[in-house]
Design a protein around this ligand. Structure first.
Ligand code: SAH
Length: 218
């Protein structure tokens, strides 16, 4: 895969970052990483012109690349610091994982659509991002790599995924959109050193659904 990031793309990206600021995103680490990651590379070439609008967009396998505002919002809410271990559920295009990696986190990400898993692996490699991608079921998490400091779910979970809570370390944070319908409530879960769970809600968003294990799917 060829990495082409022209001044035109950089200019469009600068405008997008300005738009995110105006919409209330003030986390400079997040904005810097989004300025650095060429979002257009996560699009099929025919749709390059759509890459820097603040909108979600269809990708392969009937899925979507999240809206830039949503990526910024979730990244901010995660309150992650460089070198933290982050587990993402729903690699999709790979864009969100790339942003977290660019922010200095160590990222593990799981996708249940093989085509998306494969394509995202190519992009991570082309951008030289050390993201560790897995093809599998996000409900199971990655027990052999746990505990994680942060867990980010980028598909709509019908309820709190218990196995992922188990894989959070002490002081861990999970950001997960919860809701079985077309809208989800952005939920932040904190696991205290005593193992207590503190839950807070942060507005409504729209995500594609978190689906069950393919082997069990009808
Ligand atoms: N973070 C992505 C957003 C992709 S949309 C991005 O930046 O582009 C959400 C993704 O979650 C879809 O690709 C969908 O296939 C995936 N998904 C849904 N249920 C899943 C599950 N149980 N395990 C892993 N991935 C899942």
């Amino acid at each position: 895969m060829k990495v082409e990031d022209a001044p035109k793309h950089q200019g469009l990206r600068r405008r997008l970052i300005e738009e995110l600021r105006q919409k209330g995103i003030h986390n400079e680490q997040v904005l810097k990483a989004m300025m650095e990651v060429p979002r257009h590379l996560f699009f099929d070439s025919a749709f390059l012109d759509f890459a820097y609008a603040d909108k979600a967009f269809p990708i392969q396998a009937g899925q979507t690349i999240s809206q830039p505002y949503t990526v910024a919002f979730q990244s901010d809410l995660l309150a992650a610091k460089p070198r933290m271990h982050v587990l993402e559920i729903g690699t999709g295009s790979g864009y969100q994982a790339a942003v977290l990696s660019r922010m200095g986190m160590r990222v593990w990400t799981i996708e249940r659509q093989r085509a998306l898993y494969k394509r995202s692996q190519e992009i991570f490699k082309a951008l030289r991002l050390p993201v560790k991608g897995f093809y599998g079921d996000g409900y199971k998490g990655l027990p052999s790599f746990a505990p994680f400091d942060r867990v980010l779910v980028t598909c709509g979970a019908p309820e709190l995924p218990q196995k992922l809570i188990e894989q959070m370390g002490e002081g861990g944070v999970m950001v997960v959109p919860i809701g079985a319908g077309s809208e989800q409530v952005m939920t932040r879960i904190e696991k205290t050193a005593e193992g207590e769970i503190i839950q807070s809600e942060h507005g409504t968003f729209r995500f594609v659904p978190m689906l069950q294990d393919k082997s069990k799917a009808s």
